[in-house]
Design a protein around this ligand. Sequence first.
Ligand code: F6P
Length: 403
Amino acid sequence: MSLVLIMVGLPARGKTYTARRIARHLDWLGHRSKVFNVGNYRRQQSGADVPHHFFSPNNEAGLKARHQAANSALGDMLTWLKQGGEVAVFDATNSTLARRNWLLEQLQKHRIDTAFIESICEDESIIDANITQSKLTSPDYVHASKEEALTDFKARIAHYLSSYEPLTDGPTPWIKIIDAGRKVILHRISGPILIKVAHLVTQLNLMPTTIWLTRHGQSIYNTQNRVGGDSNLSPNGRFYANSLSDFMQDVDVEEVWTSTLTRTIQTASRLGRPIQRWKILDEIQAGLCDGLTYEEISQQYPMVFEGRSTDKLRYRYPQGESYEDVIRRVEPIILALEHRSTPVLVVAHQAILRVIYGYFMNKSKEEVPRLSIPLHTVIRLNPSTYGCSELRFSLPPHLEMTP
Ligand code: F6P
C-alpha cells in the first residue's frame, strides 16, 4: 500500500527538515520512503536565481512555472511508488486549497492514501534561526549578499502569506506541527505508519545537538576475541577510561548514557557526569554463541558463521538477535538523541554504535553491520538540517595508568 505525505506550510517553517527526518526514520524501520522536493524541480526548470516576485500569487508566468515543477515532481513520485516505494513525502509549500485539491485528485486516481503534515510557526526566533541556518546558504542565494538574501526571502514569505489557506477539518487525515513540535494536533490519524509519523514529529528538533559516541574500553573478552558476555575492562581498557575522562574534561557534555553491562559502566565511571543506564544499549545478543570466540563459533556453529557472512544484517543468532533486530530495539534511543537540545556522550558497544552512527550518518542499513567503530576512539557527530558531520579522536594509549 502506498502513502503520500503532503507537506503544507509557509517557507522557513522547517518543512524540508521534517520531511527528511520522517523519510529517513521510516526507511530505517523498513518502509521504503523518499522525499520529493518541488523546490529542486523549480531550480532545475526555472533556475535558482529567481527574484521574490516569481512567487507572487498574481504572477501568471510564475504560477505556471511553479505548477510545472510540482507536476514533474508528482510524475516522478508516482513512478517511484509504482516501482515499490511505500511512503513518499511531497515537499512543497502546498499552501493553497487549489494546489492541495489538485494533488488529492491526482493521487486518488491512483488509489494512493494521503495525509497532510502542516508546519505552523508563530515564534519569530524559530523562523529567523531557520532562515539563517538553511535558507541564506541555499542555492537560491549564491549570488546575493546576506542582507539582500534576507530581504528577498522575507518578501517571498509575504507572497505566500497573502494567499495562505491553513488546513481545515475534512476527510483527509492531517497532523499540524506547531512551533517545531512544541504542540502537535492530530486529525483522523490512524494506522501504524501515520501513528509512527505523529510520534516522530513530537520528537523533532530543528536545532539538533552534538552527539558523542564511544565504545567501552577494551574488555577481558575483547582480548580473547570472545563475543557478548559481561566481562570487566582489561588493563588497556582501564587506561582508556582514564584517557577518556581527561579528554572529556573540557568537552561540553551534560549527561552520559551507558548500557547496563559492566564494561560500559566501568568506562564511564571516571567521567564525573550524571549517568543514565539503558538496557536497550546492551550489545547485540549472541544467543547460543554468547561467550564464544569467533573461531569457536565457526567450529561449533558453522551455520551461524555462514549465515552472518552472507547476510549479516538479517541473520539472527539462534536465541539471539540480528542487526535488524538491534535497529528496531535501539529506535527509542535514536528518537531521544534527535530530540535532545544538550550534548550527550553515549558509551556503548560495537553493534549498537554501528546502528546509531549509521542512522545519523545516513548510511544504508546494508552497510551498518560492517561500519568501522574501533575501540579507544571518540566520535563526535554534528547533525544539521541537511546532513551530519563527524570527527574522530583516537585517544593516546600511554596515559598514566591508575588501578
Ligand atoms: O567483539 C566485540 C563485540 O562487541 C561483541 O560482543 C559483539 O558480538 C560484536 O562485537 C558485534 O560485532 P560483529 O557483529 O561484527 O560480530
